[in-house]
Design a protein around this ligand. Structure first.
Ligand code: DQA
Length: 151
């Protein structure tokens, strides 16, 4: 039963090869392995999920109503800027989440400044590369330990 779920959205399976100037040279497997190690050290259980498909991400969010996940970290990739369906899934399931971006979305094209999730997220971490995920994980762990700060 995972405590924390990490959802990686579209094209993040190509990390390491994909636009390294924006996204760095670590692969998704490298990032997941570092998060798994940090979670183990902190005594929490972590599940990860990657999909290139909006509906699969919506389904995975719905599944958290049944699988005991307390907190979600999500890098929605380009769906950040387009997906009302993912926003509605979070509103329906009422799971606290942190929005994570490797790149600084505010320092890029104008369309990346728009997020359908930021205003309903516990917080947003953007622009710190792999550290965006690791810092989000530490914040999630702290919040599941003191749930009154979760929302
Ligand atoms: C991203 C930023 C998005 O704008 C982009 O579409 C991505 C990755 C990031 O991690 O910096 O796919 O979410």
């Amino acid at each position: 039963m995972p405590d924390i779920l990490v959802i990686h959205g579209p094209n993040l399976n190509l990390l390491g090869q994909r636009e390294p100037g924006h996204y760095g040279s670590d692969s998704l497997q490298d990032i997941d392995a570092e998060m798994a190690e940090l979670a183990r050290d902190q005594g929490v259980s972590l599940a990860t999920f990657q999909s290139n498909h909006e509906g699969e991400i919506v389904d995975r969010i719905h599944q958290t109503l049944r699988d005991g996940v307390d907190f979600i970290l999500i890098n929605p990739g380009a769906y950040t800027h387009t997906s009302i369906a993912i926003r509605d899934a979070f509103l329906a399931c009422r799971k606290p989440f942190i929005e994570v971006h490797l790149s600084n979305v505010h320092a890029r094209e104008e369309f990346r400044r728009q997020s359908y999730l930021s205003d309903i997220a516990v917080g947003v971490i953007s622009g710190l590369g792999k550290d965006s995920y690791l810092l989000a994980l530490l914040a999630a762990i702290s919040r599941i330990r003191t749930p009154e700060t979760s929302r």
